[in-house]
Design a protein around this ligand. Structure first.
Ligand SMILES: Cc1ncc(COP(=O)(O)O)c(C=O)c1O
Length: 378
């Protein structure tokens, strides 16, 4: 268990923010790194050609550590949809083949596949929400010889329903299908090793559980797809781009590894140093420890809420950092407004009241949330 890390954030004591799954706050150190970084653009003579490379290399190195990959497997991207579009563009699909997704999956991980399906006469196969909440079994039961790719999260974005990606990968291997992961709602708070799960592509937008600025993120590309086609043809991604005086000696070759997939202007001077500070902080805490802490806190929150009629997916089918509270009688229409009036912040996704804490929450936050829910639902 990690003690509350509130002191590392700029959150007033009266605010109980249980909404990391919407948009996490920046740690103070990351905000400071970002302020210094942005100000460099006021004095551009301090930026040298070398700066176009060194910070992104550090970003790649830390991103790789988060998932036990190599730095050269990481591309710098601005959003989950950007990385998923790269996956959908590069995975070949034949007519009649199936793309497996979850019911009510986040749209960034749907629209790109709808386009790919249309262009290739392939079929989107949606795994229906399982009554028993066992997403893993539900996915496994729909994998067949027709499956070309499964494009999945580690946990459902609405209620935290968990997928056993190692089991799913093994089943996909048997039919020669690919695995694409959108880990935006898990990476940083729940451990994942690409060595165990072996995705072909993995994306994470970093503004939630990676505590980073909006418009930062990364794409992991397995070695078998590192020769594919990028979305953009950016000059920095080509061989020899370090030599600014030779840029019009146009190059057919890319830089090695996943760099070819980097977004244009990937040397994002204002935001990358802030993301680096956040990734470093997460690695210092340890993702295992973050998950253990948030899982324990969420479990005791459920205990404290017993007798209210609120339920959640049982622990073994749910990501520990996520709690999708359900209420059979139906939540009052204005429950978010009522909570916000007390400066308590959660989200509503589908039928779930989504509670997504982080290490900045403290005992007082939990007591206030429990008290408010008891009052509103009595
Ligand atoms: C599962 C998931 N993926 C991706 C995103 C963000 O997508 P994008 O970076 O394409 O805006 C969200 C935002 O809520 C999300 O919940």
């Amino acid at each position: 268990m990690i003690d509350s890390q509130r002191h590392l954030f700029d959150i007033p004591e009266g605010v109980a923010f249980f909404n990391a799954g919407y948009m996490s706050p920046l740690p103070k150190a990351s905000a400071e790194a970002g302020e210094i970084a942005l100000r460099r653009k006021s004095t551009p003579w301090v930026l040298s050609p070398n700066d176009f490379f060194t910070e992104t290399e550090e970003f790649r190195k830390l991103a790789a550590q988060l998932i036990q990959a190599n730095a050269s497997d990481i591309a710098v991207i601005p959003s989950a949809s950007y990385g998923l579009a790269i996956a959908a563009k590069n995975i070949s699909l034949n007519a009649g083949e199936e793309i497996l997704v979850l019911e009510d999956q986040f749209p960034s991980n749907i629209y790109c596949w709808q386009r790919a399906a249309k262009e290739n006469d392939a079929i989107i196969k949606t795994v229906p929400m399982p009554e028993d909440r066992n997403w893993t079994q539900a996915v496994l039961s729909l994998i067949s010889e027709k499956t070309a790719v499964a494009s999945l999260p580690h946990n459902h974005w609405a209620d935290g329903g968990l997928l056993d990606l190692v089991q799913i990968r093994k089943a996909l291997d048997k039919v020669g299908a690919k695995l694409v992961l959108d880990t935006t709602q898990s990476l940083g708070a729940m451990p994942l090793s690409v060595k165990d799960v072996r995705p072909n592509f993995l994306v994470a937008a970093a503004y939630k559980w990676l505590l980073s600025p909006y418009s930062t993120g990364f794409l992991y590309v397995a070695p078998d797809y590192q020769n594919g086609i990028p979305l953009e043809e950016n000059w920095l991604n080509r061989k020899g781009s370090e030599d600014f005086s030779g840029l019009v000696n146009y190059q057919d070759e890319y830089q090695p590894g996943a760099v070819r997939y980097d977004m244009g202007e990937r040397a994002n001077f204002a935001l990358i140093p802030s993301a680096i500070a956040s990734f470093q902080q997460i690695l210092d805490w340890g993702i295992d420890n973050i998950q253990a802490t948030l899982a324990k806190r969420n479990a005791s929150l459920m205990n404290e809420l017993s007798g209210t009629g609120l339920t959640a997916i049982p622990d073994h089918f749910r990501a520990g950092h996520f709690l999708g509270l359900e209420y059979e009688a139906g939540f009052p229409e204005n429950i978010l407004e009522q909570l916000a009036a007390e400066k308590i912040y959660v989200s509503k996704r589908g039928n779930s009241l989504r509670v997504t804490p982080h290490l900045y929450n403290n005992d007082n936050d939990y007591e206030r949330l429990i008290g408010a829910l008891r009052r509103i639902l009595k």
